[in-house]
Ligand binder design. Structure first.
Ligand code: TRP
Length: 497
């Protein structure tokens, strides 16, 4: 029997605060409900619709969801019992007898989690698929229009150009702003190397824009503990790296009166730790296994760490900033690989009396060698570092930036370059602010009028300026400046009730 509208609405309410039918990860309960639907649930049941698309994206893996296989499910929603039966026609699929096409798709899946990012094709990560798999929402024109209306300025080019491409609950944040209320921003960095590269700057650059555009407080977490648990580094070294990296972060230009930065190793305690405990009590080993892929041989620090990255989302973790207020909403700009932490956070939040954080996700910054290869802090030729000299920048771009140009001049003039795979063009998309010049370059390069060398020269100019300016700003960040940003203290902002 199909579900009534009322029952579908109850499910929709359920998925407002829960990612899955039961618990924190996919299970056979999701499979039953999924196969109950003959088609995608109505779009106006936004949460149910999102859940359905998310489950659908698992394809043949639905049969491998945890739990025993069953044909029906009884849920108690809003005190009402709903019985859901799996539709017969889907049994074949759920038993895993799907066609080879789906199996091929499965083997070609991109890997994206906080510790691994690996594209299955040389075009880089398929971000559309990722939105479906993660169950987040696309940043679309409607959202961009709202940004423009509320800030009175064009949205940052990272937003306009799809570099930040996905979000969770951004409309809720914009509703607040519309109503004259405030929120706070939270982002972070795991300090694992002294030299930060251009890619590390991306979330911070958008965060700075958001802080300025909306005049809101900002929390920055340095997860030196995380790096100690995951990398082969000494504890003291991780802590020291946090204090090195923070200078680059401060050099981005965050308003000192509105920004609090902390190292986990040095800050843990008090209300912050109390919230960590609240999260820890509500998340089981099975759940983090499901979300992060931990297993019995993972060290126990890793298993509890996600609680530490979760709690800066809650205003009550910082009583010296937010006082008694437990419910100031939080917006987290981050690269999409951090999403698993915040899926977990969003699942626990309502159960411990807190608001779910909203999120805005960026794509990854490509390595010089191409979108499918990994940028690494240990390979100095894979990216541009914030410490590079003008000459190093020039050499690296000219020598390593993967080109979408043709092999010979004649061929290039005739066929044009391929902007889709050209790393210099991709970098221009990140760092050339002028839309019309960028479009001009795209046209001239794809038509063969512009050569790779000319394209690279434009990029080199922009990056040399950007890095030199960054270095100037970093130079004036003293230990004393660092101390000021990192002292727990009241920040300057007003939160309207
Ligand atoms: N885990 C992140 C890293 O390794 C650091 C981090 C902590 C973070 N909290 C965050 C990143 C919030 C984005 C948003 O870099």
């Amino acid at each position: 029997m199909p579900l009534s509208r009322e029952e579908e609405e109850a499910l929709n309410d359920h998925f407002l605060v829960n990612s899955y039918v039961e618990g924190f990860t996919t299970s056979q309960a999701d499979a039953v409900l999924f196969y109950h639907f003959k088609s995608t649930p109505s779009q106006d049941l936004h949460n149910l619709h999102r859940w359905y698309k998310h489950i659908a994206s698992f394809g043949s893996d639905i049969s491998k969801f945890a739990g025993h296989k069953r044909n029906n499910l009884t849920l108690s929603l809003n005190g009402k019992k709903i019985t859901i039966a799996m539709e017969n026609n889907s049994e074949k699929q759920i038993n895993g007898e799907e066609g080879t096409e789906q199996q091929e798709q499965k083997t070609a899946e991109d890997i994206v989690d906080p510790w691994n990012v690996q594209a299955s094709s040389n075009k880089g990560i398929d971000y559309d698929k990722l939105i479906d798999r993660f169950g987040s929402s696309r940043i679309d024109d409607t959202l961009l229009e709202r940004f423009e209306k509320l800030t009175g300025q064009k949205p940052h080019h990272f937003l306009r150009r799809g570099i930040f491409f996905s979000h969770r609950d951004m409309h809720r944040i914009l509703n607040l702003i519309e109503a004259g209320k405030k929120f706070f921003l939270y982002t972070g960095r795991g300090p694992s190397s002294e030299a930060m590269h251009l890619g590390h700057l991306i979330p911070f650059l958008l965060t700075k824009w958001l802080q300025d555009a909306f005049d809101v407080p900002l929390i920055i977490q340095l997860t030196d503990d995380e790096k100690y648990l995951w990398k082969d580094l000494k504890l003291e070294q991780c802590n020291k790296l946090a204090y090195e990296n923070v200078k680059d972060i401060i050099a981005v230009g965050f308003d000192m009166n509105k920004t609090f930065i902390f190292s986990d190793i040095d800050f843990l305690g008090g209300e912050f730790y109390k919230n960590i405990l609240r999260v820890q009590k509500h998340v089981t080993f099975n759940q983090v296994k499901g979300i992060f892929g931990f297993d019995e041989s993972s060290n126990i620090g890793k298993i509890m760490f996600p609680a530490i990255q979760a709690v800066p989302s809650f205003s009550s973790s910082f009583p010296f900033i937010f006082g008694e207020k437990k419910d100031i909403p939080c917006l987290i700009p981050c690269a999409i690989d951090q999403d698993p932490y915040f899926r977990m956070t969003r699942d626990v939040a309502p159960r411990i009396g807190f608001q779910k954080p909203a999120l805005i996700h960026s794509t990854f910054f490509p390595a010089l060698q191409g979108a499918s290869s990994k940028m690494s802090s240990s390979d100095e030729n894979s990216s541009i570092f914030l410490t590079d000299t003008a000459n190093q920048i020039k050499k690296k771009i000219n020598k390593y930036a993967f080109s979408g140009g043709k092999d010979t001049l004649e061929e290039h003039r005739e066929l044009g370059g391929d902007c889709e795979i050209d790393v210099s063009y991709m970098y221009l998309k990140f760092f050339m602010e002028d839309d019309s010049r960028l479009e001009e370059i795209r046209q001239q390069y794809s038509s063969g009028k512009m050569l790779t060398g000319e394209l690279k020269a434009e990029l080199i100019k922009i990056l040399q300026k950007l890095i030199a300016e960054h270095q100037e700003r970093r130079k004036v960040v003293t230990d004393d400046t660092v101390k000021q940003y990192m002292t727990p203290r009241a920040l300057n902002f007003t939160i309207q009730k």
